[in-house]
Design a protein around this ligand. Structure first.
Ligand SMILES: NC(=O)C1=CN([C@@H]2O[C@H](COP(=O)(O)OP(=O)(O)OC[C@H]3O[C@@H](n4cnc5c(N)ncnc54)[C@H](O)[C@@H]3O)[C@@H](O)[C@H]2O)C=CC1
Ligand SMILES: O=C(CO)COP(=O)(O)O
Length: 346
């Protein structure tokens, strides 16, 4: 049994709290929102975000961060990306050196283009920061539906520790040293999921979605390699795995927002209707900037950026993607293979 603090009581923080509590851990969950904590403690249910799912008795909710941080070994950061910096600054006041921080949010910091673990590390440089990511919708994890994730950390012992804490008969956790790749996969797939949703909203078919997913992971991998991540990570749970679940599931907030945009709603209307964080929107901006910074071609990201922020008609965006210059399927992805084949050399 471990003592664990969860910072953020949205759908993901609450679902992970339920998972950990059912494994017998003692869980404290913190939210900045008084009503949310009152609901968790008194009604023993997150009625807005995980309706119908009981909160086990070994979860205690608090709005007092000092109390939340006391006497725990693992601190799970589960606030949306736009709150990660300010929440980290608050957490920093109470953090102990031996507490492991596990980031589970998926996004990038828009102003700095940093990953979220990098933001947390900047604020709390003396602590070990791990990341947990993969195809894992809160709605299913909270219902004990078998799920797999990967934990990334700089130190193997930290990764193993987090793996041990989260593993259960319904939640299988792998380890990896590639924090950068895991975070990029988790953040950028949300932008591709918006695209997949838009495609569904436009009533395009399975062919179109398969194209977006496959060419999407090619874009993510190209950027990841340029930023020092491992190509293998993008073929794993936090890459293609999370891309599959987010582009195909009706639980996905990003896909649902995309569907509404494809059906003609404005971005603001779609975000309002989804009523939970749609991380792909801010990530689209950051990803577009990063692709320019690293001079990596990311045509789907570019078109989504234009649809979201330059009012480009989604149908036109699809046409522009289809009519791009002709090209090979693999470019920088497979350098060793490319070298051996004459036609890639020109
Ligand atoms: N929902 C899911 O299935 C999954 C979500 N994630 C990631 O987890 C992160 C959180 O997502 P959700 O829980 O779905 O979001 P959500 O929209 O359900 O919850 C947002 C929560 O953020 C907290 N919050 C609101 N204002 C705040 C503030 N000013 N400062 C600090 N905290 C504040 C509140 O607890 C609120 O309920 C996102 O980055 C998301 O991509 C990752 C995997 C699965
Ligand atoms: O990351 C997720 C599932 O792995 C959640 O995706 P959405 O935010 O699109 O629901």
């Amino acid at each position: 049994m471990e003592r664990i603090s969860i910072i953020g009581a949205g759908s993901w923080g609450t679902a992970l709290g339920i998972l950990l509590a059912k494994s017998g851990h003692q869980v404290k969950i913190w939210s900045i929102l008084k009503d949310e904590i009152k609901m968790l403690n008194e009604e023993r249910e997150h009625k807005d975000k995980l309706p119908g799912i009981a909160i086990p008795s070994n979860i205690y909710g608090t709005t007092d961060l000092k109390e939340a941080m006391e006497d725990t070994k693992i601190v799970v950061m589960a606030v949306p990306s736009k709150f990660v910096r300010e929440t980290s600054k608050k957490v920093k006041e109470f953090i102990q050196k031996d507490q492991i921080i596990v980031n589970v949010a998926k996004g990038l910091e828009e102003s700095t283009l940093l990953s979220l673990a990098e933001v947390i590390e900047e604020e709390m440089p003396d602590n070990e920061v791990a990341v947990l990511s993969g195809p894992s919708h809160a709605e299913e994890v909270a219902k004990d539906i078998p799920t797999t994730c990967v934990v990334g950390a700089n130190s193997k012992s930290v990764a193993n520790k987090v793996q041990d804490v989260f593993m259960s008969k319904t939640f299988r956790v792998y380890t990896s040293p590639d924090i950068k790749g895991i975070e990029l996969g988790g953040a950028l797939k949300n932008v591709i999921a918006l695209a997949a949703g838009i495609s569904d909203g436009l009533n395009f078919g399975d062919n179109t979605k398969a194209a977006l997913m496959t060419r999407g992971i090619a874009e993510l991998s190209r950027l990841g390699i340029a930023m020092g991540a491992s190509v293998h990570t993008f073929a794993g749970l936090s890459g293609i795995g999370d891309l599959i679940v987010t582009c195909t599931s009706m639980h996905s907030r990003n896909r649902r927002a995309g569907i509404l945009i494809g059906q003609g709603q404005t971005l603001e209307e779609a975000i309002k209707e989804v009523n939970m964080v749609v991380e792909g929107v801010n990530t689209a901006k950051a990803a577009y900037e990063i692709s320019k910074k690293y001079a990596i071609e990311m045509p789907i990201i570019e078109q989504i950026y234009k649809v979201l922020f330059e009012n480009k008609n989604p149908k036109e965006a699809v046409e522009d993607l289809m009519l791009r210059d002709k090209t090979n399927e693999h470019k920088k992805l497979d350098m060793d293979f490319n070298k051996t084949i004459e036609w890639y050399k020109e």
